[in-house]
Design a protein around this ligand. Structure first.
Ligand code: PGA
Length: 252
C-alpha cells in the first residue's frame, strides 16, 4: 500500500495573526491543485482560528504545536483536544524536541497527549530524535527506538497505523545541517522496524514517517526518494510561502 506523503510546516513561535494572513494568502494559490500530498500548516495557537478558517475549502489542513491530555481543567497555558477539534484542527505536533528540552516534556507525557489526540480524532505527529551527543556516542538507533516505544505504549495496531512520526535529529534542527538522505533513511527505516515489532506489519506499512531538520527546497526531493521517508516536518523554510510551496511540490 503506497503511503500518502505528508508535508507539515511548523511555524514554532513565529507569526502574529496579521503576519499569518500574509503568509497564508500568498501560500494558498501557490499550492492550488496539488492533490497527491497532505499539506499541513502548524501556526502558533493564537493564529489557529484564522488559519483554519482561511484554508477551509482548500487542499491544506491545520495542525497545532501541542495538545493536552485532559479535555478541560486547571492546566494554565495548555490547550485541550476538544478546543482544537472545534476549530477544525486535524493534526497535533507532540513531543517536539524544543518542548522536551525547554518545557520538560517527557516520553510519558508524549504518550498521554497522543492518546488524548487520537480520542478526539486528531492525528498526532509524534517527534523523536537524538542529540548530537547521543549520535556521537553511537547508540542513536537505540535511543530513538526507546522514544518510539514509550510514545506508542498501549496503542492498538489500528491506532498506530493512523499516526505520523517525525524523525528530527536535534543536531539538524535550525542549524542548516540537514541529515544526509542516507542518515534520514537509516533512522526512518529503523522506526518502521520498531513499529513492526511492537505492532504488526500492516501498522508498520501504514504509519507515516517524516524527516525534519533544516529541510529546504533543494533537499526535499532526495529525501522523498527514500523508501521509508514519507514526508517532512519543516521549520524555518515553512515561514516563507515560496520556499514551503516548493517543498510541497517536491515532485516538480
Ligand atoms: P527547521 O525545524 O526546519 O528549522 O530545522 C524543523 C523542526 O524543528 O520541526
Amino acid at each position: 500500500m503506497p503511503r500518502r506523503p505528508i508535508i507539515a510546516g511548523n511555524w514554532k513561535m513565529n507569526k502574529t495573526v496579521a503576519e499569518a494572513k500574509e503568509l497564508v494568502n500568498e501560500f494558498i494559490p501557490l499550492v492550488n491543485g496539488v492533490g497527491d500530498v497532505d499539506i499541513v500548516l502548524c501556526p502558533p495557537a493564537t493564529a489557529l482560528q484564522f488559519v483554519t478558517s482561511a484554508v477551509k475549502d482548500t487542499n491544506i489542513d491545520v495542525g497545532s504545536q501541542n495538545v493536552h491530555w485532559e479535555d478541560s481543567g486547571a492546566f494554565t497555558g495548555e490547550i485541550a483536544p476538544p478546543m482544537l477539534k472545534e476549530l477544525g484542527v486535524k493534526y497535533a505536533i507532540i513531543g517536539h524536541s524544543e518542548r522536551r528540552e525547554y518545557f520538560g516534556e517527557t516520553d510519558e507525557g508524549v504518550n498521554k497527549r497522543a492518546r488524548a489526540a487520537l480520542k478526539a480524532d486528531i492525528i498526532p505527529i509524534i517527534c523523536v530524535g537524538e542529540s548530537l551527543e547521543t549520535r556521537e556516542k553511537g547508540d542513536y538507533l537505540g535511543f530513538v527506538a526507546g522514544q518510539v516505544k514509550a510514545a506508542l505504549n498501549g496503542f492498538s495496531n489500528e491506532e498506530i497505523g493512523k499516526l505520523v512520526i517525525a524523525y528530527e535529529p536535534i543536531w539538524a534542527i535550525g542549524t542548516g545541517k540537514t541529515a544526509t538522505f542516507e542518515q534520514a533513511e537509516e533512522v526512518c527505516a529503523h522506526i518502521r522496524k520498531i513499529v513492526a515489532d511492537i505492532a504488526d506489519k500492516s501498522a508498520a506499512d501504514a504509519i507515516r514517517i517524516q524527516y525534519g531538520g533544516s529541510v529546504k527546497p533543494a533537499t526535499i526531493a532526495g529525501l522523498m526518494e527514500k523508501e521509508n521517508v514519507d514526508g517532512a516536518l519543516v521549520g524555518g523554510a515553512a515561514l516563507k510561502a515560496n520556499d514551503f510551496s516548493q517543498i510541497v511540490k517536491f515532485k516538480g
